[in-house]
Design a protein around this ligand. Structure first.
Ligand SMILES: Cc1cc2nc3c(=O)[nH]c(=O)nc-3n(C[C@H](O)[C@H](O)[C@H](O)COP(=O)(O)OP(=O)(O)OC[C@H]3O[C@@H](n4cnc5c(N)ncnc54)[C@H](O)[C@@H]3O)c2cc1C
Length: 365
């Protein structure tokens, strides 16, 4: 059995951040990522000003990512719309771009990155099994498999939502007209039990990402194309944006997103980071922020206190995430209901309110 000090399961933003921080401190973390090549994982693509600061702390110049600058949010519900300035500019870029830059940085720092092998199960840091049959043991396991559950260490999410949330994403080669309309905004088109986020990314393509309850897809016979037609009638703003655009034949999907879940208990040697530690409603655009902040904080805790520090780390991070997640959850509840959403759009015109909520849903770890 191979033994290592720090093993990181998953090479998304959380795992790669932990790898960078540990490698820079002189450790040789081993990171295992199941994809052989960096995928363009489903995501809304909005990177907040707070997340940009985390990147700077990792000595990654956000300009190197070449993202699309975003300085305002445009909200639509029914026939109402509002535009408001964000408290600070954010950026739009694809996960392929973000994860590639983080990966290059981790490798340059000296992390051992093993790609193209999945971890099949783990009972804890001492008992990790890979899909290729290898067994591994580590002093500490940084669990960063994101939305995906690892057999043996599934998130204890408790009672399942009877109508769970899911994500759907289309990457659109946007026409010049669509690029003009979106400009430097992140657009949120609200509809019953969900919303569609639309923004431009580093290469001028548009990312259309929907977070919605599964029942909405069922209403469209499980067919995402049909769903967009149906939503177009409820959200005329979205129909107008997509009019004349060529959408790819297939969309990416993720099911059962446990928005609002936080890991509140810690276990020796097990650091749950990113979506494995806390899942903030995506409407807040701070999931990547949580991934970076928790990856950094977990590495710091481990370097200072070893495997035993995992217990306090998990409790502290749950505390840090509590308020931003509670506010994000409240916003999600409002947008879940069309009538409330229409009132909320009116309130969004109140000077400073969007900025206040934008700041209150950021993670500072
Ligand atoms: C619909 C939707 C829209 C969103 N929009 C935004 C947004 O606009 N802005 C924002 O900040 N956040 C957004 N988020 C949240 C954000 O995508 C996540 O919070 C973030 O990706 C979490 O990063 P992570 O590193 O924890 O996990 P992930 O990004 O999921 O990465 C996990 C990695 O682990 C690997 N992996 C999984 N299982 C295994 C295994 N068994 N063995 C080896 N490797 C494994 C995966 O291949 C992957 O590379 C959105 C989420 C959803 C659902």
């Amino acid at each position: 059995m191979r033994r290592t000090t720090a093993l990181i399961a998953g090479g998304g933003p959380a795992g790669l951040t932990a790898a960078i921080a540990l490698a820079r401190a002189g450790m040789e973390p081993l990171l295992i990522e199941r994809h052989a090549r960096t995928p363009d994982l489903l995501c809304g693509g909005f990177v907040s000003w707070q997340t940009l600061k985390s990147l700077e702390r990792l000595k990654i110049d956000p300009a190197r990512l070449g993202g699309h600058a975003i300085d305002r949010v445009r909200l639509f519900a029914g026939n109402r719309s509002r535009s408001a300035q964000l408290p600070h500019p954010g950026m739009g870029f694809s996960r392929r771009r973000l994860d590639s830059v983080l990966l290059e940085t981790a490798e340059a720092a000296g992390a051992d990155i093993q790609r193209g092998t999945a971890i099949s199960s783990a009972d804890g840091p001492d008992a990790i099994r890979l899909a290729d049959g290898q067994s591994l043991a580590a002093d500490a396991l940084f669990l960063a498999t994101g939305k995906y559950e690892l057999r043996g260490l599934k998130r204890p999410v408790g009672k399942q939502d009877r109508d769970p949330w899911m994500g759907l994403r289309y990457r659109i080669s946007a026409s010049a007209a669509l690029r003009d309309r979106i400009g430097g905004a992140i657009e949120l088109h609200l509809f019953r039990h969900g919303y569609a986020g639309l923004l431009l990314q580093e290469d001028g393509s548009a990312n259309l990402c929907l977070a919605l309850r599964r029942s909405r897809l069922r209403e469209a016979n499980g067919n995402p194309g049909q769903l967009l037609g149906l939503l177009g009638r409820e959200a005329p703003s979205l129909a107008a944006r997509l009019d004349g655009e060529t959408l790819p034949d297939t969309s990416d999907a993720i099911s059962r997103v446990p928005y609002g879940w936080r890991m509140r208990e810690g276990h020796r040697g097990l650091f749950r980071i990113g979506d494995q530690g806390a899942v903030i409603p995506s409407l807040a655009g701070e999931g990547i922020g949580i991934a970076l902040a928790s990856g950094e904080a977990a590495a710091r805790a481990y370097l200072a206190g070893g495997p035993a520090a995992a217990i306090a780390f998990q409790k502290n991070f749950a505390r840090t995430a509590r308020r931003p997640m509670a506010i994000a959850d409240l916003l999600k509840r409002i947008t879940d209901h069309p009538r409330l959403a229409r009132h909320a759009i009116r309130l969004a015109g109140f000077p400073g309110l969007v900025g206040l909520l934008g700041e209150a849903t950021r993670i500072r770890a």
